[in-house]
Design a protein around this ligand. Structure first.
Ligand code: NDP
Length: 449
């Protein structure tokens, strides 16, 4: 047994830190994890989980209206209670927080409910002044929402606060046009708010397949969501009536009840004492790590959003697992970052895996592109003029599928299964050799022209 207090001290009990703690403990390590807020991290407490539940809740607005065409008698004005949805979602968050805590405890991990900062290659200091030592330190502190530096920025909220609002704002302006902005635009719009989305560039969801994000933009505009592009934030002013006036370059000011920033996330490295151990950061403040998640200090590792590689929960979990298996389980492993599927839980949702058409063309020159542009049968009967779009990008020489991109009902559910085939390197011909499962939306995957 070493002279250190622990074999592993983890800072941050989010997705990556929790997995690493549990697995390292299962491999026999003496582990402590410090968490300054709540066990579960961004995904469980104020990210993926509550957001998805809000998106499901919001979708009932359309489902209830569509139900009439399917013979159900639904009043024209259905009553919606935000406090009921909000509090039920927060109660579910509490339940999962409890489950995560139990898992750590049942593996013998010491949970320290305090902020910890690094004081050297093998030491940390807790908020109460106690020093702890460990053979290895894992930084898994995640990231926080970026807020542009502009006058009145303190009047705005971020996704952190969105889950606790006292009421659905009547009018909301969301700054940014990435994942969080489009997901909350859909949620608030469905819940009855007038939504304006503003972005500094001319596009939404940079990096996603162009045709798919164009379709989301078109559907969102059709639903009544407003967009302001080329719009740099200049400031927020509180008016006498309590409303917020937002000024932006290239556009007239807008008056709303709530402003939400969804302009990316910043690694939580500030004030973490990393310089005391020679841990280097990149120009975005993220911890530089090698393939084995090791920082520039031999005894300090980092996983998850704080490393700003791929900011997705399942990736952080894999990084935490690989770290623990490699360092404590004598099972060297690393994460394969190729073909990671992702989804945007917008209304309708988007999902994609592999290369976009533009990426594939710039890498391979020529590619073959197939697509299916269709109106899901539920939308047809409901009289909803909302079309789904699937797009497949293939290597023109080998027929191998390089990318698959979708927008439409249940796109993330369908794509997760299809992503296995894309990751496995299957070809368009192999998709086509599979008989369609009729009538489904997913059958379009094997019928693309
Ligand atoms: P994104 O990186 O998705 O989008 C950021 C948006 O803000 C872009 O539209 C960008 O504009 C704009 N922006 C960036 N910096 C500034 C700035 N300084 N001033 C004004 N606008 C700016 O970030 P999100 O905050 O939406 O989400 C953070 C990350 O969290 C995502 O990248 C994703 O990895 C993860 N996430 C994943 C989800 C999922 O899997 N479903 C859900 C939510 C978050 P542009 O790029 O056009 O220039």
């Amino acid at each position: 047994m070493s002279d250190f207090d622990y074999d592993l001290f983890v800072i941050g009990a989010g997705s990556g830190g929790t997995r690493a703690s549990r697995v390292a403990a299962a491999h026999g390590a003496r582990v402590a994890v410090a968490e300054e807020y709540r066990v579960g991290g961004t995904c469980v407490i104020r990210g993926c989980v509550p957001k998805k539940l809000l998106a499901i809740g919001a979708h009932f607005a359309e489902d209830l209206s569509d139900a009439k065409r399917f013979g159900w008698q639904v009043p024209d004005q259905c009553e919606f209670s935000w406090p009921t949805l909000r509090d039920n979602v927060l109660a579910e968050v509490d339940r999962i927080n409890g489950a995560y805590t139990n898992t750590l405890e049942s593996h013998g991990v010491d949970i320290i409910n305090q902020r910890a900062v690094v004081t050297g290659p093998n030491s940390v200091r807790l908020a109460d002044g106690t020093e702890k030592t460990a053979g290895k330190i894992l930084i898994a502190v995640g990231a926080h929402p970026a807020v542009p530096e502009c006058e009145g920025h303190e009047l705005g909220i971020t996704s952190n606060e969105a889950f606790h609002l006292p009421a659905v704002p009547r009018r909301i302006l969301i700054a940014g046009a990435g994942y969080i902005a489009n997901e909350f635009a859909g949620i608030f719009h469905q819940l009855g708010a007038h939504v304006i989305l503003m972005n500094r560039s001319k596009e939404i969801l940079r990096g996603y397949e162009l045709a798919i994000r164009d379709r989301l933009l078109q559907i969102s505009m059709m639903k009544g969501i407003e967009f302001r592009f080329d719009a740099t934030f200049q400031g927020i002013e509180k008016l006498d009536d309590g409303c917020l006036q937002v000024s932006m370059a290239n556009h007239e000011p807008v008056v709303v009840d709530c402003v939400m920033f969804a302009t990316g996330r910043v690694p939580n490295t500030h004030g973490l004492g990393l310089e005391s151990a020679g841990v280097e950061l990149d120009d975005k403040g993220a911890i530089k790590v090698d393939e084995a998640n090791r920082s520039t200090c031999d005894s300090i590792y980092a996983v998850g959003d704080v490393t700003n590689r791929v900011q997705l929960t399942p990736v952080a979990i894999r990084e935490g697992q690989a770290f623990a298996d490699t360092v404590f389980g004598n099972k060297p492993s690393s994460v394969d970052y190729d073909c990671i599927p992702s989804a945007v839980f917008s209304h309708p949702p988007i999902a994609g895996v592999g290369m976009t058409e533009a990426e594939a063309k710039s890498k391979l020159g020529s590619v073959k592109v197939y697509s299916s542009d269709f109106r899901p049968m539920k939308n047809v009967l409901a009289g909803r003029d909302e079309r789904a779009l699937y797009k497949m990008v293939c290597d023109s020489e080998t027929d191998r599928i390089l990318g698959l991109h979708m927008i439409g009902p249940d796109a993330p559910e369908i794509l997760q299964a299809a992503a296995i085939a894309v990751k496995a390197g299957l070809t368009k011909a192999q998709f086509d050799a599979t008989v369609a499962l009729h009538p489904t939306m997913a059958e379009e995957l094997v019928l693309m022209r």
